[in-house]
Design a protein around this ligand. Structure first.
Ligand code: NAD
Length: 358
């Protein structure tokens, strides 16, 4: 019996989490779910969106699957996702983007592995609000150290990138490439402009690459990378990026394979693993039983493989492919025309997948 922490999240999270729980349960893999609420409603009740009990549960069970959680823009609490990744040192965000049989996309054969650093960069959470004492001190210090002036009405976000953080994420990318028979790793950066943060990431990546002569290595500047990916994604294989570019490029890659509704992900560290869809809480669809549960179910497939349940993962993937290929019991986002009245609900799509599990 596996003990797994299930965090339903908020917005549409609980609907897709319930669908994923039922589908994963139907594979027959014995799982005891430890359900832990987190998110915006928990914040209203408990004064924090991420109570310590949630962290403790993941620490105890070591493996978790989570629905999306809303992060208020500009004000309010810090992102639950960023806090989880930092607290549990889930330094790697692994997001495969593969064309799924039967999904309508502009490209037929996309097979990209996006590996995003998860703990550093502009997501480190070191920020100073406009007009705050901290912002004033930083502005003064920068003037003293560099002679450069920053407007006094500026907000400031700090972008730390370390050799340690870059090394381990690039090493992860090469190890992943080796284990999964991939041929090339591409490091993405903006080192021409940010010489001491992205430049350090690139130099570290080049050093790590020397230890993997069996795998091709190249680098791309992030803006060029975006253009190349939407033009010729087949040229790329494993892509490793600092946190912010990784966030943006993985949504871009999700778009190449048919949208956020089918893009799964995993946050991995040395000790813990948290599986979650790439997409957010899509709050406008909350409670409508409408959104696509596949991203969360496919995150569950990644989780089953992580647990060593390869046969169950394979069976589940085959069942999903069959439902998608038939195209009858799929949610609105997978139908050819918008507003199709035959679109399946979240729970109907989960039922159809369960029906195909053999
Ligand atoms: P979002 O991913 O929630 O939704 C953007 C659009 O993508 C939706 O309007 C919808 O059209 C589509 N979409 C998303 N999920 C879908 C699904 N399962 N099926 C079909 N279509 C789907 O992005 P957003 O609106 O920018 O963010 C909403 C909230 O989620 C924000 O508070 C954001 O901070 C948060 N967020 C959380 C996570 C996470 O928990 N890991 C990730 C990203 C965003």
């Amino acid at each position: 019996m596996y003990n797994i922490t299930l965090i339903p999240g908020d917005g549409t999270g609980p609907e897709i989490a319930e669908a994923a729980k039922r589908v994963i349960g139907a594979t027959g893999v014995p799982i005891q779910w430890d359900i832990q609420e987190a998110g915006i409603e928990v914040f209203e009740k408990e004064g924090t969106p991420l109570p310590q009990r949630v962290i403790d549960s993941i620490k105890k069970n070591r493996v978790s699957i989570k629905g999306p959680v809303t992060t208020p823009v500009g004000t309010g609490f810090r992102s639950v996702n960023v806090t989880l990744r930092q607290t549990l040192d889930l330094y790697c965000c692994l997001r495969p983007s593969r064309t799924f049989r039967g999904v309508r996309t502009r490209f037929d054969h996309v097979d990209l592995i996006i590996i995003r650093e998860n703990t550093e960069d502009l997501y480190a959470g070191i920020e100073f609000a406009k007009g705050s004492e901290g912002a004033g001190k930083i502005i003064g210090l920068i003037r003293e150290l560099t002679g450069k002036s920053i407007r006094p009405d500026s907000g400031i976000s700090i972008k730390p990138i370390s050799v340690f953080g870059s090394e381990r994420i690039v090493r992860f990318a090469f190890e992943y490439a080796r284990k999964n028979n991939r041929k090339k790793v591409t490091a993405v950066h903006k080192a021409n402009i940010m010489k001491y943060s992205d430049g350090l990431f690139l130099e570290t990546a080049k050093d790590v690459a020397k230890r993997y002569p069996d795998i091709e290595f190249e680098d791309r500047i992030v803006d060029n990378m975006c253009m190349q990916l939407v033009q010729k994604p087949e040229l790329y294989d494993v892509i490793v990026l600092p946190n912010l570019y990784g966030d943006i490029v993985s949504d871009l890659a999700a778009g190449l394979i048919g949208g956020l509704g089918i893009a799964p992900g995993a946050n991995l560290g040395e000790e813990y693993a948290v599986f979650e869809p790439v997409h957010g809480s899509a709050p406008k669809y909350k409670g409508l039983n409408k959104v696509n549960p596949l991203a969360m179910i496919l995150s569950g497939v990644m989780m089953l493989r992580h647990l060593g349940e390869f046969a169950a993962a394979e069976r589940l993937e085959t069942a999903i492919a069959s439902v998608v290929e038939e195209g009858r019991h799929v949610t609105y986002d997978m139908k050819p025309l918008p507003g199709d009245p035959t679109a399946a609900t979240t729970s109907q799509m989960a039922d159809a997948i369960i029906g195909k599990l053999i």
